[in-house]
Design a protein around this ligand. Structure first.
Ligand code: GRF
Length: 213
């Protein structure tokens, strides 16, 4: 059985989609860097261990990362799933858990890294937008891509309508990626490319998560 620690900062809807998907993943704990994160309450209501490590209690990014990393190491999960975790890690933290940190980013990477991705997409006038599940490497929003989900951009879209459409696809692709990890289908080839053995998806690009239940 594969296990994970899920890191959140806010409402935790991606965490909920992962837990609700019943992939067989053992969630060892949910950790938030913000004491008031609404996702914590939900995690507790599901009987999950939900904890806070408040980044504001630490003088430096490195000190927070050290404490968080120590806590994670004690739990010894296979995976660290970032689900709306709004802190940038120091390189030391990422090197401590190579290939084991997974993130969801609300754009079709490598387009629109960083914040305000939906506003960036609208400003660029792209006609297709989406979300990406990727492995975290020291380069921000740039690690090997596991799965992407695409949505159309409508002429009348606002940041709100577009983000809602993308969020729905996030809730499909993150559980799908987790399922592949649980089933041990994820392989890294050279040059940082992820391959999924027998993914059940009809294209190499893994753009369409729809075929899977
Ligand atoms: C999601 O859009 C995620 O892609 C981004 O932050 C948002 C978090 O939402 N990194 P939630 O906390 O999972 O509901």
């Amino acid at each position: 059985m594969k296990s994970a620690v899920i890191l959140i900062s806010g409402r935790g809807s991606n965490m909920r989609s992962i837990v609700a998907a019943e992939t067989g993943l053992e969630v060892k704990a949910v950790i938030s860097n913000r004491p008031g994160a609404p996702g914590l309450e939900w995690a507790r209501s599901q009987g999950l261990s939900a904890r806070v490590i408040d980044h504001k209690a630490f003088a430096t990014r490195e000190a927070f990362d050290q404490a968080l990393g120590d806590e994670i190491e004690r739990l010894s999960p296979d995976l660290i799933l970032l689900a709306g975790f709004m802190r940038i890690f120091s390189e030391g933290f990422i090197r401590r858990f190579p290939g084991r940190i997974v993130n969801i980013h609300p754009s079709l990477l490598p387009a629109f890294p960083g914040l305000h991705t939906h506003a960036q997409a609208l400003a660029a006038g792209v006609k297709v937008h989406g979300a990406t599940v990727h492995i975290v490497t020291p380069a921000l929003d740039n690690g090997p891509i596991v799965i992407q989900g695409a949505v159309p951009v409508m002429p009348e879209d606002t940041e709100e309508t577009l983000s809602a459409r993308v969020l729905a696809v996030e809730h499909r692709i993150y559980p799908q990626a987790v399922r592949w990890f649980v089933e041990d289908r994820i392989e890294f080839s050279g040059a940082g490319v992820v391959r999924v053995r027998d993914s059940g998806v009809s294209t190499d690009s893994l753009v369409s998560p729809r075929e899977r239940p």
